[in-house]
Design a protein around this ligand. Sequence first.
Ligand code: ZN
Length: 325
Amino acid sequence: MICLSCYKKSAKAYCPSCRKILFKGINIPDTLNFDTPVPEIFYVDPSKKKLLSVSGMQLKYSLKLQNKELQLLVNQGEYILKPIPKYHQLEIIDDLPENEHLTMQIARQVFGLKTADNALIYFQDGRPAYLTRRFDVLDNGLKLAQEDFCQLMNRSAGVNGENFKYDSSYDEMGQIFREIGTPVTEQEAFFKQILFNYLISNGDAHLKNFSLIRADQGGYRLSPAYDLLCTRLHTRVESDVALDLFEGDMDFPYYDTYGRYGTPEFLELSARLGIKESRARRFLADFTSEQKMDQVSQMVENSFLSDSSKEKYIALLKGKRTAFD
Ligand SMILES: [Zn+2]
């Protein structure tokens, strides 16, 4: 069988190295000892999301590793569990947990992004769920000082309206990095996440899906990536990106001609983030290389997506890739 986290060959549900990363080395089986929870009891994140936002339709549950088992908690757990959502507006909904797990693994293994640790796991009834270990909760139970960009930019529904998580641009988020004075490596990591989201058709990378973590010795760094998935797999109305790249980006040459982002728009964003042009060009060439495309295709083939979803996932990526020829 293959490991339900990294897709490598494994004798158990999770290979030794994933077991160590995810479960403190404990041999956790592929099936939880409970069934899909009743939402009213363990529903953690009831905040209203924008209409048809995919991540807004995912219920989140909290788990803790206790007595060598994953147990459901009301909150304050070490893990977040996301079952298949129960909303009819989304298409091929049964593939959603694996879409998130696959996309997170592609981000980490193929594109080298720092991501939250994650895996696929099953309920008693055989239905899959996406499992992720909270990177803000340390082994000793202490929490890292983490703020998402709604907090960093003082945005809330009460003050900024229902659309508060989407009413910004990646360039505007970049100003926070400049104000705080983070090293340019953090802006580069941010730029790579935006480029990845675009290529993988994640139209839901809004302000709350990026965070900064305060380091003990002072200063901030970009948190590992989380909530990555190919949203276009489940909804045709999803936009290419959650936020504009920068104000006026639609007047840029590629967008003006083709109605979507290409190299000129991403180079402009990178310049605004303070990234050297030579480095930005290298990131663009690397992320859109044939080698990367082949590696993604291979990982998609190895995944637990349905055959039709595999085809669609790869077709969407190849479509995006043509914007960088
Ligand atoms: Zn593994």
